[in-house]
Structure formats: structure tokens, C-alpha cells
Ligand binder design. Sequence first.
Ligand SMILES: Cc1cc2nc3c(=O)[nH]c(=O)nc-3n(C[C@H](O)[C@H](O)[C@H](O)COP(=O)(O)O)c2cc1C
Length: 351
Amino acid sequence: MIRTALTELLGIRYPVVQAAMGYVSGPRLAAAVSDAGGLGLIASATMSLAELDKAIEETAGRTAGPFGVNLRADAPDAAERVQLIVARRVPVASFAQAPKPELIAALKDAGVVTIASIGARRHAEKAAGWGIDAVIATGGEGGGHVGAVPTSLLVPQVAAAVDIPVIAAGGFFDGRGLVAALAWGAAGIAMGTRFLLTSDSPVADEVKGLYLAAGLDGTVVTRRVDGVPHRVLRTTMVDQLEGGGRLGGLVRSARNAAAFRGVSGMGWGEMLRQGREMRRGGLGWGQVLMAANTPVLLRAAMVDGRTDLGLMSSGQVAGLIGDLPSCAELIESIMAEAGATLDRLAAARKA
Ligand SMILES: Cc1cc2nc3c(=O)[nH]c(=O)nc-3n(C[C@H](O)[C@H](O)[C@H](O)COP(=O)(O)O)c2cc1C
């Protein structure tokens, strides 16, 4: 057993969190992780409010363990999502990007534990000042939207700067990594790619196969998808995006925005409203248009199994993973290896 400030805060057996993954971490995966003694997070940014309500109900029906909902504080209906989390007595809420103080306060008043994802020390300090209960610090080797600072430097820096539990993320897959994170001052680890590559993850086998086949150089950070750095599997489609000119990118983006309107049921009015909101957040119209790419392309891979068309967010760690255990097998093996690693280190000290 390894008890940390995180296991105490969340009431979980093991200091292992499943990072939110759009279209991947729904009820099945989140409940499997929570049931195995970790913390599962439902990714809600790609769900409507009604879908989220159903997902919460299904997850609660699958596990008696605590689980959480990951949401975006800048979603137009963020306040309603918070109300839903409170009404459904979800124990944990985590913010995908910058949180908002009023949402943190509303959750905490209702007894919900709050977690913020951060990629820089100043963001952790700001969130801690707003009363957040814990942060997930994700280094540059992680999958999805990432910063440039590697996990091995970000985590010790953040852990020294704040006195709330820090959950280390980006590149974790085994028990040695958990011990390294604890040594850097973290209270646990969060993993995305490793949990995508389990038998409990809903992703199609052909897609999992591409991840398993990737080497350590099999991912790339591209800005061509939505204007911000995004670590994805290197595929022909990504190479084309990277190689294409700016105009070609914008034309493709416009096409994808139209397709997104189709899958999301969102009208052009709402899309423009959200676009204006993103503009206020400092993005150019080109980037706003490109942002519409992400859900369409992720969905094509993760839900429809389209390895040719889809976009596959992936951490570099895919290059070290070669199996598809269940979440329970994975977490048990991580904890066993962490225990053996601590014993090895203690023996080295005595020797
Ligand atoms: C397939 C995939 C989808 C992701 N989707 C999201 C998302 O919807 N929201 C989010 O905040 N982070 C998302 N992420 C990032 C993860 O939450 C996490 O930061 C990352 O996976 C950690 O690095 P690792 O993959 O090396 O474990 C995604 C990551 C992957 C691999």
C-alpha cells in the first residue's frame, strides 16, 4: 500500500488517475479504473449536457468507487454542467484547461473535490490561490494538448511551488514511473495513453494497433490541427497537414467546421458565438476555425475507427507500450512494481 495526500483527498486505494480523453474516457473506461482502486474521469467536453447526465448515471451504476467529470470552464453551459455534477453527487470535478474561481467555489461549497490541469507553475499557483484541491501537472511528452516543458522538470518545480497534492502526468506507464513521480514531490500519477491501451478502453482494435506499433519517435506535436500544440500519432494525414500551406489548412478547417456542425447538432449561430468567445480569449479567426477540426477528427478515429482520416492524440509513451491489459491488471502491476522498486532502492541504501 502506498498512501499519499492524493489517496487521502479522494478516498481511493491507489494514487493512480485516468486522465480525461475525449471520446475515449466514457463510463466504461472511467468505471473500470475507479473499480480497480484508481480515479476514473469522464471526459465531458465532447458530450452534450444530456449525454453527460447519462454517462454519470451509467458510471455510477458500474462502480461503487469515486469517479470524476472533466469539463471545460469556458464551455457556454459550464455552470449547468457544474449544477449537474453537484445534483448527481459526483465526488470529483476536474478542469480540462484554466478553471474559473466561481465554478471552483460552487463545486467546493457542495463538497465536490476540484482538480485543475496545468502545464506551467504559474497556472498551478493561480489555481491554488482560487482554492483548487489538487492539480494535474502534465509535461510535454503527454498526449493531446501539451506544453514544451518535460514532466521530469515540470513536476518537481510545481510540487515545490504549491502545497496541495500534485498529480504528475505525461509519459507514465509503470511502477517505476510512479515512484519517480513520488520522488519529485507528486502525490500520484495520471495516465492517458496507457489507459487508452487497455482492454477496457472502447477504442477500435485497429486504432489500438496503430498505437501499439508506434515507436518512441511515433508521435509529433502539431499546431496544424487547432492552432495550439497537440501531440498526436504521426500518420500520413498528419504529415499532409504539416506539409500543406496555410490556405489549404484553412480550407480543410472550414470543411471540418461544417462537418462538426453536422455531428454536434450545433447551429452556425452557436458556433459563431463560441468563436467570438475564443477570439476574446486571444485566438485569431483562423485558429478558431481550426479548433473545429479537433472534435471531428478525434471522433473519426476514436468512435468510428477511421485510422486513415482520424486524428489520434497520443503521448510519446505509446512507444513503450506493447500490451492491452485490463485496467485492474494494469493498476495491480503498477502497484506491485512500485513496491518492488521502493524495496530495491531501500536495499541499495543499506548496501
Ligand atoms: C486520445 C487522447 C485524448 C485526449 N483528450 C483530452 C481531452 O478531451 N481533454 C483533456 O483535457 N485532455 C485530453 N487528453 C490529454 C490527457 O488528459 C493527458 O493530459 C495525457 O494523456 C497525459 O499524457 P500520457 O498520454 O503520456 O499519459 C487526451 C489524451 C489522449 C491520449
